[in-house]
Ligand binder design. Structure first.
Ligand code: PRP
Ligand code: URA
Length: 206
């Protein structure tokens, strides 16, 4: 299973404060940005570079720079919006697409209400959504970006459940997942345990 779990003391520190129910929305947003930055760096580990010769003040040296390989970040609305700025800050040329999905509170099934994607053929696509619970939202978003031409899109989440990871593997085998935490299980209402509650509500104070 191609799942990569962030292994860094700073990630553990941030996740612990995100989980803490006393953390207020302003701090929650800052922490989301910070963990998003660590994940964005980790998830783009494999992007291409080319060699480039430059002059330091002292001598000529062979360095490496990013190719103009166009990256696309696709947040799942609304909570995924909290993970966009980390990508746009470190990759200023990144394009942003949007998939709007909302879980029904009774059934926990995701319903699509919006989809706006740039051309995806030949581009490396990163779907960002902080919570991978049942996996219903992620599976729908992966289907949407593949229908729009994406090949091997990567999924980036902050907290994942084993059930969600299994659902993604079943629906889209081989999908690479980057996450900051793989939690224990879902509860009867399909919330992640120990989790951090409803990410969107905590991010936006709703
Ligand atoms: C949350 C979360 C994910 C989804 C995960 O969104 O941000 O998108 O649930 O659950 P799943 O894996 O079971 O599909 P929610 O539907 O609450 O909408 P919101 O982002 O607008 O708050
Ligand atoms: N969505 C959330 O925001 N949190 C969960 O635990 C599950 C789905």
């Amino acid at each position: 299973m191609p799942i990569h779990i962030l292994d860094h003391p700073l990630a553990a520190h941030i996740i612990t404060h995100l989980r803490d129910k006393t953390t207020k929305p302003a701090t929650f947003r800052t922490l989301s940005y910070q963990i998003g930055l660590l994940l964005a760096i980790e998830a783009t580990n494999g992007i291409e570079t080319v060699s480039k010769e430059i002059d330091t003040p002292l001598e000529r040296v062979q360095g490496r720079v990013l190719t103009h390989q166009p990256l696309v970040v696709v947040p799942i609305l609304r909570a995924g919006l909290g993970m966009v700025q980390p990508f746009t800050d470190i990759f200023p040329d990144v394009s942003v697409g949007y998939v709007g999905l909302e879980r029904d509170h009774e059934t926990a099934k995701a319903r699509t209400y919006y989809c706006k994607l740039p051309p995806l053929a030949g581009r490396q696509v990163f779907i960002v959504d902080p919570m991978l619970a049942t996996g219903g939202s992620a599976v729908s978003a992966l289907t949407a970006v593949k229908n729009a031409g994406a090949v091997n899109p990567t999924l980036v989440s902050i907290v994942s459940s084993p059930e969600g990871v299994a659902a993604v593997e079943k629906g889209h085998p081989g999908t690479v997942i980057h996450t900051a935490a793989l939690d224990r299980e879902l509860n009867a209402r399909k919330y992640i345990l120990p989790g951090l509650g409803d990410f969107g509500d905590r991010l936006y104070g709703t």
